[in-house]
Design a protein around this ligand. Structure first.
Ligand code: ZN
Ligand code: ZN
Length: 361
């Protein structure tokens, strides 16, 4: 059996490059050659141990675009019924569904009770910081539409599916809404794009980094606020734009705990606060619960997008790539052997979106 490279997290903060076997696809599955593995903010929390214990050793990476190398027995289409063949580019939802558990069948919800986000690095594996990904039967993949840019699709990685899932669960942006987005990384940028397309009247992005805020404006933010300003100054700038009622929707896409009490404080009367970024930030924060009643405030969260959200995101990115600088969100590229640098750069916030490109070494 041939081998190929994979970036393995052996234990928190210990990344190694391993040669791992390239397994043939199982019936119903596929083997893909990675073209772009997305480096996600969650990966930084997974590496540091902040996201909890993982089944080490694991191959990092849950976002990917790859080229079909081999199809498993019986596979002629993707998970939306589109014909596929070796050589086609595909994008996938990183969790296989079993379709015979309470979540899958009774609740029609993700994650599946039997799902695995990661598999042991020595076993067939769908981690995308690698030369190949082995997609098991039940792990939904979708063929990229002709002309779709790989960078445009991977730029919003799992972030755009997460945002689509979040607005579906917690209520859509309505025409004329005023929206504040905390954090202008891929999740925040996705929220800005979706809010813009939905007809939001004001979209205010808050972030520490000017390069992220510039992309935020290009994707539809009507105003940007620097996190370097004090919380009081940030609040004043938000309320100057949205008047006394306050924002209709605040989206948490910052991934850091102190964003939470600030979001509760910023949210307007009859507003909604949607928590998307705190998946990897375990901990607590004080808020004033009375704010929920006196503002008639709804707080909701969402995670683990469904396969359909990946399909929606893929087609949204392909359709919008000409009108919005989606491909330009990919600011850094690293080879498989440079994955540690990719994570360090992503943790520093200087990166907007990094990808692992196996062609780079
Ligand atoms: Zn299931
Ligand atoms: Zn991700």
């Amino acid at each position: 059996m041939s081998t190929a490279r994979a970036c393995v997290l052996v234990e928190p903060n210990r990344v190694e490059i391993w040669d791992v076997p390239v397994f043939d696809p199982e019936p119903g599955g596929a083997l893909v050659r990675i073209v772009a593995g997305g480096v996600c903010g969650s990966d930084v929390h997974i590496m540091s141990g902040e996201a909890g214990t993982m089944p080490f050793p694991i191959i990092l990476g849950h976002e990917g675009v790859g080229r079909i190398e081999k199809l498993g027995a019986g596979v002629t289409t993707d998970y939306a019924g589109v014909d596929v063949k070796p050589g086609d580019l595909v994008y996938w939802a990183p969790i296989a569904l079993c379709h015979r558990c309470h979540s899958c069948t009774v609740l029609d919800e993700t994650p599946c009770d039997n799902s695995q986000f990661f598999e042991d690095a020595k076993k067939p594996n769908w981690g995308s910081y690698a030369d190949f990904a082995w997609l098991p039967n039940g792990l939904a993949f979708f063929r990229l539409p002709d002309g779709a840019s790989v960078d445009a699709v991977i730029s919003l990685g799992c972030a755009l599916p997460t945002v689509l899932r979040g607005f579906e669960r917690c209520g859509s942006v309505r025409m004329g809404d005023t929206v504040v987005v905390q954090g202008a990384g891929p999740v925040g940028l996705s929220a800005i794009l979706v809010a813009k397309l939905a007809g939001a009247r004001e979209i205010i992005a808050v972030d520490m980094h000017d390069n992220r805020l510039a992309i935020a404006r290009a994707l539809g933010a009507t105003a940007t606020i620097s996190l370097k300003d004090s919380p009081g100054e940030r609040r004043r700038q938000v309320y100057d734009r949205v008047a006394v009622n306050g924002p209709d929707i605040v989206v948490e896409a910052a991934g850091v705990l102190p964003a939470f009490p600030e979001g509760v404080d910023l949210a307007g009367n009859h507003g909604r606060y949607i928590i998307l970024g705190l998946w990897g930030a375990i901990g607590t924060q004080p808020i004033s619960p009375r704010d929920l009643t006196i503002k008639n405030l709804t707080i909701a969260g969402a995670t683990f997008p469904k396969p359909k959200h990946y399909h929606q995101a893929l087609h949204l990115a392909a359709r919008m790539q000409a009108d919005y600088p989606l491909a330009a969100i990919v600011s850094h590229r690293f080879g498989v052997s440079q994955a540690r640098d990719a994570l360090t750069a992503t943790a520093s916030g200087s990166v907007i979106k990094a990808v692992i490109d196996p062609d780079l070494n």
